[in-house]
Design a protein around this ligand. Structure first.
Ligand code: PLP
Length: 391
């Protein structure tokens, strides 16, 4: 008999009743260090007092109003995002995949309105992940996600990862945009070299294409800058955001320049919940904390500590681990044994990690994790590796 919850997930036999900072707690009191953070969602850890206050204060006054009316919390969050980024304008969604939908629509509408309605193709890359909507799976294009769900949305050109010559060769008249994650998350924590991102920007400038960045996982402080592309000193035309921006409350956004957003006039797009007062009150509180230079500097210090400790761990377990990769607090450890075995052994050591493609385990701690918690996390991962090696 089919379970009452549609069985689309492989769930671990863990069930948490409470979260406190970097910790998740089961009913029997077992305390897990959470280096998954809801897959880079709980950017400020669990039950951050400022976020709890923002949410409960808003809940006392107004939960939801339609986008038929003015929403001051939404306006405030848009103003913060515009002030802190390349963007001139923001549309709010509830998830990453909805942000993907709008990014694609915006790019196509841009060319349509310019009288070039044949420029519908968008270049995307192997190993990418843009969400599970029909457009998101078509954009990523992997067999794993698309098989059985056709006919797929046409108009995506899938290229190998980090191959700039392949991009140059693929640019023909029907291409209107390039869509890429500056750091692949699901694909196995694969950062795109800064130089490569710069070259993509240059190609887009030379051919008048739109550069769309998917910063759903790598954005909102994760890499030690507010958004990952800042490291390369470039700016996109359109950017997808979600996950960390709501700190655990469902919230996403599409940020765009005035030029790229020109086609999205009244009536061209909408969302019932997108940008609702509860989500935006929390989003404002997240932005006020994460966008602070001192907070970002602290992420970089902690990232250095975690990376160094992981390098030591890998060196000490050469048969279990291969290498550390990633950037900021978005790190991956490529495994020599099956990554799921490591994730399960880490559960036994009361540590949460997240599997990714390419046999990698992901470490995406809350950005608020302490130095002691980082040291304890790596000690737990060390125990997990030792337990696998002596099993
Ligand atoms: C998680 C993710 C998405 C999809 O976000 P949802 O909120 O699950 O729809 C899209 N792109 C990237 C890079 C992601 O990591």
């Amino acid at each position: 008999m089919i379970p009452s919850v549609l069985p689309t997930y492989n769930r671990a036999p863990l069930s948490f009743v409470k979260g406190e900072g970097s910790w998740l707690i089961e009913a029997d009191g077992r305390r897990f260090l959470d280096l998954g953070a809801g897959i880079a969602v709980n950017a400020l850890g669990h039950a951050h007092p400022t976020l709890v206050k923002a949410l409960t204060d808003q809940a006392q006054s107004l939960w939801h109003v339609s986008n038929l009316y003015q929403i001051p919390q939404q306006q405030a969050l848009a103003d913060k995002l515009v002030a802190a980024t390349f963007a001139d304008t923001v549309f709010f969604t509830n998830s990453g995949t909805e942000s993907c939908e709008l990014a694609i629509k915006m790019a196509r509408k841009y060319w349509y309105d310019k009288g070039q309605s044949d420029k519908t193709d968008i270049i995307t890359f192997d190993g990418s992940f843009h969400g599970r909507s029909s457009a998101g799976i078509a954009a990523a294009g992997s067999e794993k996600m698309t098989k059985g769900f056709g006919p797929l949305l046409p108009g995506f050109v899938h290229l190998p990862w980090a191959d700039i010559d392949a991009v140059r060769a693929a640019i023909i008249d029907t291409v209107g945009a390039i869509l890429i994650e500056p750091v692949q998350g699901e694909g196995g924590i694969r950062p795109l070299p800064d130089q490569h991102l710069k070259e993509l920007r240059a190609i887009c400038d030379a051919h008048d294409l739109l550069l769309i960045l998917d910063e759903v996982q790598c954005g909102v402080g994760r890499t030690g800058r507010l958004f990952a592309h800042e490291w390369a000193g470039i700016a996109p035309d359109i950017m997808m955001v979600a996950k960390g921006i709501g700190g655990g409350f469902p919230l996403g956004a599409v940020l765009a320049t005035e030029k790229a957003a020109a086609g999205m006039t009244a009536g061209t797009h909408g969302s019932t919940y997108g940008g609702n007062p509860l989500a935006c009150a929390v989003g404002c509180a997240v932005m006020d904390i994460v966008a602070e230079p001192a907070f970002l500097a602290d992420i970089n210090r902690k990232a250095g500590q975690l990376r160094q400790a992981l390098e030591g761990l890998v060196a000490g377990h050469p048969d279990t681990f291969e290498a550390v990769r990633g950037t900021g607090l978005m790190l991956g450890v490529k495994c020599k044994v099956t990554n799921l075995d490591v994730v399960n052994a880490a559960y036994d050591a009361e540590l949460i990690t997240v599997p990714a493609a390419d046999n990698v385990i992901r470490l995406l701690p809350p950005l608020t994790i302490s130095a002691d918690e980082i040291a304890e996390s790596v000690a737990r991962l060390d125990r997990a590796a030792t337990s696998l090696e002596t099993a």
